[in-house]
Design a protein around this ligand. Structure first.
Ligand code: GLN
Length: 488
């Protein structure tokens, strides 16, 4: 083999595995060699599953030899964000409060990948409880951007994104509550998709904000993204918010092109203060789509300016309720020698949660407290409805919406850690999508003068991931960004 196997996409590896040109074990060994070479510089993983992965690869090889029951993911090395429950493998949410926690069950997405013969390389680093945009809020140390090790990989799925970008896995899963798949995908120069709320089961995803959370793929290209979505999407009786809708084959329509496709360009997403290189790259990407036959249409999403405030009220309110379960009793960290039950709760939580999680619990508890509920939580719910309505109206005129994923390329490590508001503002272009529940993808559309990747965000109608993927594929075919790789 001339190509290094760790660089392969899922579809390239699948062709070689199926033809028996390579074995699943060889592919895993190559990926592990790559991990050994670069992980010291990146810290994408919290846990590596070497022995279990080898057993899974050998089982995949038996399946490949038999030729029976093959799936596109059989033998493919995948990384999982550490908020997805995995039977017998530590799942910590990058929090001290869950240090050493080993779930007795698989998240539905994990069970589905396992059933298809995927190989789990390990569990990836993240902001504690998925709260953050830089992976610096991990209790176990941050992750570095493969393109520039002095910069953040984005967050909260920064471990998954950097593992894909640095070829430390073939593809990964992350979760996205306010941008946590798309923004790290943009920072690391890869493809990331947040599916429609309800498209993918959340069972076994440790909850942050249940009305916003959604699991999705981080991949090396658009085809892989469609393949991963095929593998994880669909109704699950264990998650009552998962939609009982049939799933199309998300890969079959990729090549249909964008002739006549109406691409909305919201004026509220090109704002003073954003990086000029981002604005230029995204406008050039829209021009590429136009050359391919798409029709750009200016649209307005007038309530965009309220999105950050609404999100940080609702997400923190839901988090304060979801995180009440970490009481030091059933699992995770327990304070030593408590004086009484209250002392046990108070000290276990004080010792177990990091500063950002505590800040969110306090904000959320305040927003929900009697006397303030109507002024904050209820008001935010009303504005959430207006934001969703903005998207419904815009989608009466267009088929897909194109925007930047983030206002700047990856910022420097430590640059925003002392200023939570600045950190929250980096989510300005991603959070409305979660509030509205619609699907959105980020993909590379250029590089800053410093050589940092820039993300193009494509937003779709509810349950119309197909059009998003089709537009993304057309853009990918017309450009060469995916051939660039970070240097080590
Ligand atoms: N950065 C956002 C936050 O800190 C989004 C996180 C996420 O999507 N999980 O809440």
């Amino acid at each position: 083999m001339t190509t290094e196997l760790w660089t392969l996409t899922i579809h390239e590896a699948h062709a070689l595995l199926k033809a028996r040109t390579i074995s699943a074990r060889e592919l895993l060994d190559a990926v592990e060699t790559r991990v050994a070479a670069v992980e010291g510089e990146i810290h994408a993983y919290l846990t590596l599953c070497r022995d279990a992965a080898r057993a899974q690869a050998d089982a995949a090889d038996r399946r490949l030899r038999s030729g029976k029951d093959l799936s596109p993911l059989t033998g493919i090395p995948i990384a999982l964000k550490d908020n997805l429950c995995t039977t017998g493998v530590k799942t910590t949410c990058a929090s001290k409060i869950l240090e050493g926690f080993v779930p007795p069950y698989d998240a539905t997405v994990v069970e589905r990948l396992r059933g298809q013969g995927a190989v789990f390389v390990g569990k990836t680093n993240m902001d504690e409880f998925a709260m953050g945009s830089s992976t610096e809020n991990s209790a176990f140390g941050g992750t570095k951007n493969p393109w520039d090790r002095a910069r953040i990989p984005g967050g909260s799925s920064g471990g998954s994104a950097s593992a894909v970008a640095a070829d430390e896995c073939t593809a990964a899963l992350g979760s996205d509550t306010g941008g946590s798949i798309r923004q790290p995908a943009a920072c690391c120069g890869i493809v990331g998709l947040k599916p429609t709320y309800g498209r993918v089961s959340r069972y076994g995803l440790m909850a942050f904000a249940s009305s916003l959370d959604q699991i999705g793929p981080l991949t090396k290209d658009v085809t892989d993204c469609a393949w991963m979505l095929n593998a994880i999407a669909g109704h699950d009786s264990s998650d009552s918010t998962s939609a009982a809708l049939p799933c199309p084959d998300f890969s079959s329509g990729l090549g249909r092109g964008v002739r006549g496709l109406r691409v909305g360009v919201p004026k509220e997403y090109f704002i003073p203060g954003m990086d000029w290189s981002v604005e230029e790259a995204v406008k050039a990407a829209i021009a590429v789509l136009e050359r391919e036959g798409a029709v750009p249409v200016e649209v307005s999403l007038p309530h965009t300016e309220y999105a950050v405030a609404v999100y940080y009220l609702l997400a923190t309110a839901e988090a304060s309720s979801n995180l009440a379960r970490y009481d030091g009793i059933r699992y995770g960290h327990r304070a030593k020698a408590p004086a009484d039950l209250f002392d046990l709760y108070a000290r276990s939580r004080a010792e177990g949660f990091g500063p950002e999680v505590k800040r969110r619990i306090m904000l959320g508890t305040y927003a929900l407290s009697s006397g303030y509920y109507d002024a904050y939580y209820a008001k935010a719910q009303h504005v959430r409805t207006l934001i969703a309505q903005d998207f419904r109206r815009a989608f009466e005129q267009v088929d897909v919406i194109a925007t930047p994923t983030a206002p700047t390329p990856a910022f420097r490590l430590g640059e925003k850690t002392q200023d939570p508001l600045q950190m929250y503002l980096s989510d300005i272009f991603t959070i409305s999508v979660n509030l509205a529940g619609v699907p959105a993808l980020s993909m590379p559309c250029g590089f800053s003068p410093d050589g940092l990747p820039i993300g193009l965000q494509l937003i779709g109608k509810t349950f119309d991931e197909e059009t998003v993927l089709r537009a993304a594929f057309a853009y990918e075919q017309a450009t060469e960004w995916k051939t660039r790789k970070p240097e080590f």
